[in-house]
Design a protein around this ligand. Structure first.
Ligand code: ADP
Length: 409
């Protein structure tokens, strides 16, 4: 409705009426009545115009306030979504129906080294497996799940189509970094395979010797004794492996806790040497211990076990010479050095000897009845004390294992 135009037409209509009256009969009273009507008409017209203007202003204001509210709400939703997406710990990619990445969070940038916001999803082509996945999710418009590998990391991808009023509006892709889970999974698989292998060897030996003893009734007394001793030796080895595995599985539990008490470390060193004094004597090795007293908070049994593992190795891998234990305080640490004059360890094997089931010479380790788990258990125990263990060695000259334990009172 155009008010100004209507107003002009009305004025023109009245003006024409007055002219006609003047021309036809020039009746002043009629002219007066027409002008009166015109005044009333103008008054009503102005009233209506005012009301329409007020309604218009009111309507505009309420529309603006509604728009502002909706804008604030959508900004708040976006803010919540972005802060959620940063704290989520997973990557999020949203591809709209035009194939543009309308949202890609910081985790995606961190995983794939680039900001993909507002780029065509074809820009993912450099990460071929991810691109293939997004391309399929976008073209097939359906939910999908897959795992990919990129830069030595593993990612779990989940795609969900965004449907609005039965129309495809794009898709959302959630990216989880599953490298740790995958590594743990592989580690677990490898560990299970190693355990089976380790147990299989003594078990086969036991089975073989038992079968010979059972089959051959005329076996000589000497052979019989030899086989019985071998069965005993292999079963003891199995027992050692199983009890070490039990220790590992206990320590791997999340609720595992050390039993701390105030102990003089020197006492632990002397007690563990006493436990092995017979073995030291049997091999005619010289033995010397020189340790300072130091009262410290630690798990006595566990540190004792570390000492026995390291000392047992020193005995097993030393054919002649001596073993010495030194214990001293260095700043906030109690340092224990166990030195032998044995076969030594190559520098390239320094790290490996702390790995589960690693042996430099498996025949010799088997001979000594070792499980291949002693040093890895020791390292784990020391880690739980916030300490560490390292090795230094010269082939055919000897080895020193150095243990650091932070002194806590
Ligand atoms: P094991 O039961 O085989 O001794 P450990 O975990 O205690 O297992 O040790 C791992 C490997 O480290 C041993 O098999 C051995 O090859 C090497 N090793 C450990 N201590 C010594 C040492 N004092 N001298 C030489 N080699 C050692």
């Amino acid at each position: 409705m155009n008010l100004r135009k209507d107003f002009i037409y009305i004025i023109l209509a009245y003006f024409t009426a007055v002219i006609l009256i003047v021309i036809v009969n020039n009746n002043r009273f009629t002219i007066f009545l027409v002008l009166l009507l015109l005044t009333y008409h103008i008054y009503s017209f102005l009233e209506v115009r005012d009301k329409i203007t007020k309604d218009k202003i009111f309507f505009e204001r309420s529309l603006i306030s509604k728009l502002n509210k909706t804008k604030r709400e959508s900004e708040e939703t976006y803010r919540r979504f972005t802060s959620l997406s940063t704290t989520l710990g997973s990557g999020i990619i949203i591809v709209n129906d035009d194939g543009i990445i309308s949202f890609s969070n910081k985790d995606v940038n961190d995983y794939f080294g680039k900001d993909y916001n507002n780029k065509d999803y074809n820009s993912l082509v450099g990460i071929s497996q991810l691109y293939k996945f997004v391309n399929q999710a976008y073209l097939l418009e359906k939910s999908m799940r897959d795992q990919i590998e990129y830069n030595n990391h593993f990612y779990d991808l989940i795609a969900t189509p965004l449907i609005e009023k039965k129309l495809f509006r794009g898709c959302i892709i959630v990216v989880h970094d599953i490298t740790l889970i995958k590594t743990a999974e592989n580690f677990q698989k490898q560990f299970t395979a190693d355990v089976s292998h380790e147990l299989k060897t003594p078990l086969s030996a036991i089975k073989g010797f038992s079968e010979i003893l059972d089959r051959d009734k005329n076996i000589s007394e000497q052979d019989r004794n030899e086989f019985t001793n071998l069965i005993l030796k292999e079963s003891t080895r199995m027992e050692t492996i199983l009890s070490d595995l039990l220790i590992i599985s206990k320590m791997d539990r999340l609720d595992y806790e050390l039993e701390f008490s105030s102990i003089d470390i020197k006492e632990v060193l002397i007690e563990s040497s006493n436990t092995l004094s017979r073995e030291i004597g049997k091999k005619k090795l010289n033995f010397n211990i020189d340790a300072k007293s130091c009262i410290c908070l630690l798990d006595k049994n566990k540190i004792g076990q570390v000492m026995i593992n390291v000392l047992k190795n020193a005995i097993n891998y030393t054919d002649e010479g001596r073993i010495t234990i030194k214990g001293y305080i260095d700043l906030n640490n109690y340092v224990i050095e166990v030195t032998d004059t044995g076969i030594g360890i190559k520098e390239s094997n320094y790290d490996k000897v702390f790995k589960r089931f690693y042996r430099v010479d498996s025949t010799r380790s088997r001979e000594t009845g070792g499980s291949g788990l002693g040093l890895s258990i020791s390292k784990n125990i020391l880690k739980k004390h916030s300490g560490d263990i390292s090795v230094n060695s010269v082939i055919n000259k000897g080895t020193t294992f150095k243990i650091n334990i932070p002194i806590k009172k």
